[in-house]
Design a protein around this ligand. Sequence first.
Ligand code: SF4
Length: 415
Amino acid sequence: MPNYHIWTIGCQMNKAESERIASLFERKGYRHTPNAAQADFIVLNTCVVRQNAEDRAVNKLRNLKPLKKSRPDLKIAVTGCWVDSNTERLKTNFPYVDYLFKAGDCPPWEDRNEWSQALPEQPQVSTYVPIIQGCNNFCAYCIVPYRRGRERSRPLSEVVCEVKELVKRGTREVTLLGQNVDSYGHDLPDKPELADLLTELTKIDGLYRIRFLTNHPKDMSKRLIQTIARLDKVCKNITLPVQAGSNEILKAMRRGYTIEDYRRLIGEIRLEIPDVALSNDIIVGFPTETIAQFQQTVDLLTELRFDVVHIAAYSPRSGTIAARKLADDVPPDEKKRRLLIIEQLQEKITAEINAGLMGKTIEVLVEGKEKGKWYGRTGSDKLVFFSDNANHTGKLVHLKIESTGPWSLQGTVNR
Ligand code: SF4
């Protein structure tokens, strides 16, 4: 029986696409191997959002060259954001690669129809479902629109059918994915919105929870906020990246909103959804960012208190507007210093927010067992561990929170 091996780095979108590629291999009778040297077909699903992700992908690819030389019948395919439109150039530099295809496209050796219906045979309790590919925004630092192209939404009925099928196979929670889920549907004939999709998905029996990633502060509508507030199955957990706390830096980043707009939006969300958990992304050391402008980011995070903040130090990506027009003028040590300041601040805020859950009973969807303990997530996306003899996979349990920390909580089953 032939073996396949898939190597994936990067965002959830890449992980979701790799799961789908894997399901088609399985259907053809291939078996998964974690060892590339034993594979008959290797797929690298790459990311170029940061330089080190790109370097890892290129190293991985170079390491496969001797393997291909010793076994010419081995098939090597590369996808993900590393594959740009100039595949001829990549083919010249890496002639031993059999297939190059852009992120989200149908693998060239597969049937297009089968690809559109590809689903994991045994999906996870919590599964990612891409709903929109690409991005129309062109934030100054971001390579995604160049590599994943312009926004393309999947028809609402196709997403609903897919989620129904996933639920039949055991999924209990879906996370709808898109670089900007607020744009969902604008390119479809009847222009459905994310709010319409959420409303349809909540009607599926056996689906317990719906999440979505990522929202854009300039595009999140009042209607969507009210829909999230109204629908029980929709998790009260929103990822709304602000990226920086200074209006000058937001302008240079081409984000399309001001700090005043952002603050107003957070106020509106908290008014409609009082128990909402908010996540954020921050870039420190963007070109021209002064210490005073960085301090504005610190002040904003201190004021608005997010549940989770993902922090990155700016690194120029060739081909982006920032890399073309702005000098990378914040020294690496200073970027590191700023990153640490925010990490420490956020660790404290998250620990304080989580400590507020101490002694409370919370509903958790159990995803599996690790090192003898069950683990799952609250609707607000907090990771909770607990011990119990019964099998809880895929079930909603009520846990009394016994201890808390910045990264996870511990609980006991409340019977
Ligand atoms: S919204 Fe901005 S940061 Fe997000 S994918 Fe689009 S261009 Fe990149």
